[in-house]
Design a protein around this ligand. Structure first.
Ligand SMILES: Nc1ncnc2c1ncn2[C@@H]1O[C@H](COP(=O)(O)OP(=O)(O)OP(=O)(O)O)[C@@H](O)[C@H]1O
Length: 603
């Protein structure tokens, strides 16, 4: 298999080689088959229904011919039965055909819904399952496009396109057969019409392929630009980027409009072209048929049926052409989705996890080396031992690798070499549940999910009772401000009045961590300067939070460093100093000067 297009790597490229395109196509076909296979019985039933329904619909003109050619002369002789039979037959086949087409639509929609449901779920759980490195390179705009516009174009195809294609294809096929059965020479007239028709459709396909691609690309750009502007709205506002963004977005909207206008112009030629060929064919059939009726070679009713069949032959063609559009965008969407589904989490769950009953919290980095996927060693090989229960402050200049070390410990990433061990067990051998229970990382963002304050605190332990939640909040000193919120613990954090300040947000995330009660706590301390009372509250909360567990704090505040048992100073991915705060302050190393600078800044 060509690895250059494995997963999402070929997604942004438009220069795929033939072999690569084939690989991508095969992959999406496999996915489609996988989705359809469990529903093959339903699909078979649906096909039977549409075949019978189409057969019944196509019988109409033949019954009219019968009525005209047999029924009318018989009626002239006083026998009304043949005409009545033909009339009743026409009525019945029309009714039954319509009813079956209705049923077909229901069956088809059911399959479409089931397939979409399945696909939606798969995309969601897959994107959630993929590791941090995937999410750090695959933007949220792209993820959203997969889950919205891509699934939408597949939905359109499944909801309407496929049904129209199947019924339309049977319809034209059966109509052509019926025409030949009624009068073979008229079939030749239709055959002649197929030549210009072929050229028209070819022309449409080549042009539309390019134009539809342009509209898809333009609409995808719109979504990505929109999502990126909205997710970065704070930066947009802070840097007054609104005007530039509006111009950029306006340009993209203009591209999209332009691409759509071209598509409409294309249809503006294609549609009348189809009608013209259809009408010319009817005229030709009328001329040829009329001559043959005059020569006594063709019955008048049969001529009527021929004209009806030829007219009807052209009816579904526009829909078939439309299907081509839907098919193009749905298959492009499916190719991208299948790429996302093909990605494997780089941080994989163990096949046979090692049982971790009650962790003590001894951490060891053993010959660990790490670099991100984008290349370059960020943390050169190192060993580090953190005894159970120790509070370690991690300090160092920006970009020194503090967060990277924390991410390795919480297993957002796996080391490129060596192992990170908890109580001697390689993190890669732990069941994700055990790992998440034992090691919790509190990030700077202190993200709050929509829901109540209580829900947000209970995140790490969903089975916690209200008492547990309140106890945790009290322990970290968050209880008082929560009580002051409009609905206390039941305040919705996204509603008016439920908005909390940065410091309060941090206290909530401390309460969350306290309740989760991990053996190892990693804390990326917020850099935002808090006011003095909040700082003191956070400091007290920290003391409670850190008691009786191993803790690694990426420390930005001097006060935090002071409560640590040990300080690690990092520089360019290396641990350059290691000791108690007192030792390091007393020394002459980097920490001592850092400490002095801090002190000076406080005065
Ligand atoms: N997802 C990533 N992909 C590639 N490189 C990364 C990624 N995240 C961080 N880096 C690089 O790794 C190095 C260490 O970054 P890290 O975030 O660990 O530093 P830090 O010490 O936590 O800095 P800060 O105090 O600014 O948060 C930096 O050079 C950074 O550019």
């Amino acid at each position: 298999m060509s690895t250059a297009v494995a997963g999402v790597s070929g997604e942004e490229r438009d220069d795929l080689s033939r072999a690569e395109s084939r690989t991508v196509r095969k992959r999406s076909q496999r996915l489609l088959l996988e989705l359809l296979r469990p529903r093959r019985r339903q699909i078979a039933l649906t096909l039977v229904v549409v075949i019978i329904a189409t057969g019944l619909q196509v019988a109409g003109p033949a019954l009219i011919a019968l009525g005209v050619d047999r029924g009318v002369p018989a009626l002239a002789d006083g026998d009304w039965l043949p005409l009545a039979l033909a009339g009743a037959g026409f009525l019945l086949t029309s009714l039954a055909g319509a009813a079956l087409i209705g049923w077909f639509r229901v069956l088809q929609a059911r399959i479409a819904q089931a397939v979409l449901f399945d696909l939606r779920q798969r995309v969601f759980s897959q994107t959630q399952r993929l590791s941090m490195d995937f999410h750090e390179s695959y933007t949220s705009g792209r993820i959203i496009a997969r889950q919205t516009s891509d699934l939408d174009s597949i939905r359109e195809l499944l909801d309407e396109g496929i049904g129209n294609l199947v019924s339309g294809a049977f319809y034209t096929l059966f109509t052509a057969i019926a025409l030949i059965l009624v009068d073979a020479p008229s079939g030749l007239v239709l055959a002649c019409a197929l030549i210009p028709l072929w050229f028209l459709v070819r022309w449409f396909q080549t042009r539309s392929q390019r134009l539809f691609r342009q509209t898809r690309v333009a609409s995808a750009r719109l979504i990505v630009q929109f999502v990126e502007t909205m997710t970065g709205i704070r930066a947009v506002k802070a840097f007054r980027k609104e005007d530039r963004n509006r111009e950029k977005f306006g340009g993209l909207v203009e591209d999209y409009r332009g691409a759509n206008a071209k598509v409409f112009r294309l249809f503006g030629t294609f549609d009348p072209g189809l009608v013209l060929i259809g009408n010319l064919t009817v005229a030709g059939a009328l001329l040829v048929g009329g001559l043959r009726v005059a020569a006594g070679q063709l019955a008048i009713g049969a001529l009527l049926a021929v004209l009806l069949y030829i007219r009807r032959f052209f009816d579904p063609l526009e829909e078939l052409a439309m299907f081509y559009n839907g098919y193009q965008s749905a298959s492009a969407a499916l190719e991208k989705i299948s790429g996302v589904l093909e990605e494997r989490p780089t941080v994989a769950d163990p096949a046979r996890p090692v049982d971790l009953r009650r962790a003590r919290g001894a951490v060891r980095f053993e010959g660990v080396e790490f670099g991100y996927r984008s290349g370059g060693v960020i943390l050169p090989r190192f060993d580090l031992e953190l005894p159970a229960g120790q509070t370690v402050a991690l300090v160092g200049s920006t970009g020194a690798g503090k967060s990277t070390l924390a991410k390795l410990l919480s297993r957002f990433y796996d080391p490129t070499a060596g192992a990170v061990r908890l109580d001697g067990i390689d993190l890669r051998e732990l069941h994700p549940k055990d790992l998440r229970r034992a090691i919790v990382m509190v990030t700077q963002e202190a993200y709050l999910f929509s829901g109540t304050v209580a829900d947000n605190i209970a995140l790490g332990r969903p089975d916690a009772t209200r008492e547990d939640i309140v106890r945790a909040a009290k322990a970290v000193g968050a209880h008082a401000f929560i009580e002051d919120l409009p609905h206390g613990y039941d305040t919705d954090v996204n509603k008016r009045g439920g908005r909390v300040s940065a410091g309060q947000r941090q206290l909530l995330s401390f309460a969350r961590a306290f309740l989760a009660d991990p053996t190892v706590l990693i804390l990326d301390e917020a850099t935002a300067s808090l006011d003095i009372p909040s700082e003191r509250a956070v400091q007290e909360a920290l003391q409670t939070l850190l008691a009786d567990r191993t803790a690694v704090i990426i420390a930005h505040r001097l006060s935090t460093v002071a409560i640590a048992d040990r300080v690690l100073v990092m520089d360019k991915g290396r641990i350059v100093e290691d000791g108690t705060p007192e030792e390091l302050i007393g020394g002459t190393g980097r920490f001592a000067s850092l400490h002095q600078a801090w002190r000076d800044s406080l005065v």
